[in-house]
Structure formats: C-alpha cells, structure tokens
Design a protein around this ligand. Structure first.
Ligand code: ADP
Ligand code: ASP
Ligand code: MG
Length: 411
C-alpha cells in the first residue's frame, strides 16, 4: 500500500475545529487507499508563546532547556490530532520525535536529522492505524530532546516521507501554494503551479518562509515531490520537483523579503592576505550564519568589509568581532539592526539583461534608498531600511509583473 505524509502547519491546527478539518484530510487519504502519516506543528502561535515564556525568566535560556520546552507544543498537537481521528471512528496513534528514534546531532535549536527508525511507524500503519508524528523535534545520541529550527516541521515531514518510502508528501498551510511573492504583503502575487527544487531553495533561503529550506534540500536529495497546498480549500497547490518546463523568456520567478536581518560593517581593516579567512573562521566557530559578504579596498593598506546575518545571530557576531577586532586592526565597527533584504530570483537571469536596472528603477520610483547590493547569476538582492521593506517588495513585484502567471508577463 502506498504511503502519504501530510504535514499541517500551526494555523492549520490552531483550534479544535481546524484539527477536526485537518483530520478529515487524513481520513480522505485513507479512503483513497493510502497508509497515512500526519506530521503536525504546534498549534497557532504556541511556539512564539513558549519562547516568550522562556525569555520572561531568562534572557538567554540554556539551549537544551529551550528545546525541551519548545518540543512540548508539537507533542500536544499530535495527541489531540489522534483523539480527533479516534472520535471520527479511525484508529490512530501519536508519537514524539524520540519515540520514533528521530536521531539528530546535538546542535540544540538547529539540529540536523541523522536517522529515523521507520520500523515502528510501518508496524502501526500495517495494523491499519493512522500515525501522527510531532514535527520539529528529535533526540540526540544521549537522549536529549533537540529541535530543528523555526519552521522545522516541514523538514520532519519530508524526512519521514524519505525514510518511509512515501509516494507523496503534502505540506498543508494557510495559503494556496507557493506564490511569486508573499501574498500577505503583495496580495496580487500569482500562484506557481510547479517550481524546481533549486528555485524554491533560492526563494526559501532568501525569505519565502512558506517552506523550510532544509525540507526542500531533503526533497531534492531523495527525490520526494512536495505538494504545498491550502488546508482549508480543496484545490491543487504547488508541486516542488526536479523538472519544470522552462518557458522561454521568463526571467524572474519570484521576489522575497527577509526582515529579521542585521548588517555588520568593519571599517578600515588591514588589507592583507589571510584577514578575511581569520574573520570568517572566527564567526564560523561562533556558529554565526553569514548571508552576504561585501569587501572593498579603500587603499593599498586598508579595506572595508561588511556582512549580513540573521538578527538572532547578532549577539554572537558582536562578541566574535569584539574578540578579533584588534587582531585585524579594525578601526571601527558599524552595526545596523534595522535592515531588510529584498531579492528577485530567476534562473532566466542567467541569459537576460536588464533585470538589475528594472529593480533599481522600481526602488527609486518608490523612493526607497538602497544600502547595498549583492548578486549571483540567478538573483539580485538589495538591503533597504526595514520600515520600507514592504513598500519596496510591492514596487519590485509590480515592476516584474509578478501578479501575472509567468506566461502572461511582458518580455
Ligand atoms: P505553516 O504554519 O503552515 O508552516 P508558515 O507561516 O510557516 O505556515 O508559512 C506560510 C506563510 O508563508 C504564508 O502565510 C505566507 O505569508 C508566507 N509566505 C512567504 N513567502 C511566500 C510565498 N512566496 N508564497 C506563499 N507564501 C509565502
Ligand atoms: N512550531 C515550530 C515553529 O513555529 C515548527 C514549525 O511550525 O514548523 O517554528
Ligand atoms: Mg512553516
């Protein structure tokens, strides 16, 4: 019998009625002849609430305790989901990450999955049960509870689909699928029917939070097609897959905004071999994830170097830079914690010109100042003031006609 994994995000299980509705999706899949595994997030904004609870007691909570706490949100949902299925007359059993031996490394709050024991789930499925599994969590080799990073239930779902040899992995959320931009900001954003793993990875890593980057990486590596769809509508969503027929002339496939960013500038550091290596190995040891790096030579002796990071890494970055400042003869550190990054993404950019000027023109017309610019062959990103981020995104979306499906956009 074919297996299907269905993942329901926080808003899709926010209250009893939503859980009942989601349970009906699982039941429909049973009726369609599937063995069904359900992965759920914590209800509504519960993870945010638990984080606030922790911070009220300790401004920098021990990470092990944080994971121990955050994992409880998902544990509640899976049991409630199993109860809803039972009430509807379907046999179900819930598991935490630990109970299915979802083994991860010990990197608390951003652990990576190493292995999963699929046997226990297969056994329950073969008894005719629906299995509900808590997303976002695992255990390390010493039985400590770990979590996979915000949005990590997506990863649980795709990883389980891989481990179980599932035929399908559905990600149910609160929008109709992947859009050309966040439809909560650019309301007219067009839905995308099919998108490649690579393009989705680029969009996700640049801020399209509709699916977690690691989940897409898993799907790509193990060839699991991911179907992102709306939990409250009976419509097809977006398929993330390997091959999508590329339409001639489609340059930009989407635009994103990353709001929780910071930029660190190092003024007048020594311009000599080995300095950049020193700085970034120091930051890597402090587990700071670097987004973009910009360096410019200001003289034969000196250079300015800046980099962007997620704001949650700012305390660690600040500390690391403080330690190394003297060593690199840095004359000043300049930090901005009020920035956002707007990006346009598209594989078609490889062979087309005119994308950068269209983007900059749109930002100029909207009176948005650009702090810095970075590019790759399939994206252009601009750092802007955070309070202008939404205006900037809308301007860029309009310029690239991202309200229209790809085949209807002008060339
Ligand atoms: P869930 O709780 O179901 O995991 P998330 O909040 O993590 O839901 O992800 C869904 C949200 O992602 C949407 O409500 C939407 O605001 C946001 N989003 C950002 N970029 C995009 C995009 N390109 N397409 C669709 N949704 C997007
Ligand atoms: N509950 C976790 C979060 O809010 C994981 C998830 O929803 O995927 O980030
Ligand atoms: Mg999510």
């Amino acid at each position: 019998m074919a297996i299907i994994v269905q993942k329901f995000g926080g808003t899709s299980v926010a209250d009893a009625e939503k859980i009942r509705q989601a349970a009906q999706r699982a039941i429909k899949a049973v009726k369609d002849g599937f063995q069904v595994v359900v992965v759920t997030s914590a209800r509504g904004k519960q993870t945010d609430q638990l984080i606030a609870d922790a911070l009220a007691l300790n401004p920098s909570p021990p990470e092990r305790e944080m994971d121990q706490l955050l994992s409880t949100g998902e544990q509640q949902t899976v049991s409630l989901f199993a109860m809803a299925l039972d009430a509807a007359g379907y046999d179900a059993i819930s598991f935490t990450g630990a109970q299915i031996r979802m083994i991860t490394d010990s990197d608390y709050t951003k652990a990576r999955i190493k292995s999963i024991d699929a046997e226990r789930i297969h056994k329950e499925l073969n008894k005719g049960r629906i299995v509900t599994v808590a997303g976002f969590q695992g255990i390390d080799e010493n039985e400590n509870i770990t979590t996979l990073g915000r949005g990590g239930s997506d990863t649980t779902a795709v990883a389980l689909a891989t481990a179980l040899g599932a035929q399908e992995c559905e990600i149910y959320t609160d929008v109709d699928g992947i859009h050309t931009a966040d439809p909560r900001i650019f309301e007219k954003a067009a839905k995308i029917d099919r998108i490649t793993y690579d393009e989705m990875l680029e969009l996700a890593s640049l801020g399209a939070g509709v699916i977690y980057t690691r989940a897409v990486e898993f799907g790509k590596k193990y060839d699991i097609e991911i179907h992102v769809r709306n939990s409250s509508k009976q419509i097809e969503g977006t398929i993330i897959t390997h091959e999508v027929p590329q339409m001639e002339g489609v340059v930009v496939s989407g635009a994103t905004v990353q709001k929780d960013m910071a930029k660190v500038g190092l003024v007048n550091v020594d311009n000599k071999p080995g300095n950049a290596a020193k700085i970034f190995s120091h930051l890597a040891n402090a587990k700071v994830i670097i987004n973009d790096i910009m360096q410019t030579e200001v003289s034969a002796e000196k250079a300015n170097l800046s980099f962007t990071i997620g704001i949650s890494d700012l305390p660690a970055a600040r500390k690391a830079i403080e330690q190394i400042k003297k060593d690199i003869n840095c004359e000043g550190v300049f930090i901005r914690d009020d920035i956002a990054e707007i990006s346009v993404v598209g594989v078609g950019m490889r062979t087309h010109y005119g994308v950068a000027d269209k983007m900059f023109g749109a930002l100029a017309e909207a009176q948005v100042n650009i702090d810095s610019i970075t590019t790759s062959e399939i994206r252009i990103s601009c750092v802007v003031n955070k309070d202008q981020a939404e205006k900037a995104l809308k301007a860029v979306c309009n310029a690239f006609e991202l309200d229209k499906p790809a085949e209807q956009r002008g060339r």
